[in-house]
Design a protein around this ligand. Sequence first.
Ligand SMILES: [Fe+2]
Length: 193
Amino acid sequence: MPFGAAKSQAGAIAAAEASSGGLTMAKTKTLDDLFLDTLKDIYFAEKQILKALPKMARAAQSEEGKSGFLHHRDETQGQIERLEQVFEFLGKPARGKTCEAIQGIIAEGEEIIEEYNGSDALDAGLISSAQAVEHYEIARYGTLIAWANQLGLKDAVALLEANLAEEVATDEKLTALAGSQANVKAMGTASAK
Ligand SMILES: [Fe+2]
C-alpha cells in the first residue's frame, strides 16, 4: 500500500470517529459508569428529600404524620452519609447529578400542600406523595444493590441495603398511617352535611 494511501485511510478513520462523537465515547461506557451515575442521581435525590421533609412535617395535620416525617428526615441525613461512604469506597468525590424525576415528585407534593391546605384530605395527599418518593428510592436502591453485587462492591452493597431497609420500613409506616387515620379523615364531613 502506498504511503500516501495509508495516511489518507488513517485520516478517514479519524474523521469518522470525530463525526460519530458521543457515540464513540458512549461505546466505552460500562456498568461502572451506570453505577456511578445512578449513585449521583440518588445522592441528589436524597438531598432534595432532606429539604422537603421538614416542609411536609410542617404541613401535616396529624401528630403521627408530623413526627413520622421528622423521623425520616433524620434517617435521610444518615442515608446521605452512607452514600458519601460509597463514593469514598469508589475513590470518587460525592457529587449529585440533577434528578428531574425526584424534582417532579417533590413538586407534586408541594402542589398538594397548596391545593389541599386546610382540608381533611391533606394528610392522605401528603402520604401519597411521600410514598411516591419512597418508591422512587426503593427502585433506585434495588438497582444499585444489584449492580454493586455484580461489580463485587461488597461494602457498597451493605451500605445501600441499609438505606433500602429504611425506605421500605418508611413506606410500610406510611401505608399503616394512611389506613388507620388519614384516608378515613379524608372522606370528610362534607358528605355528611
Ligand atoms: Fe431516602
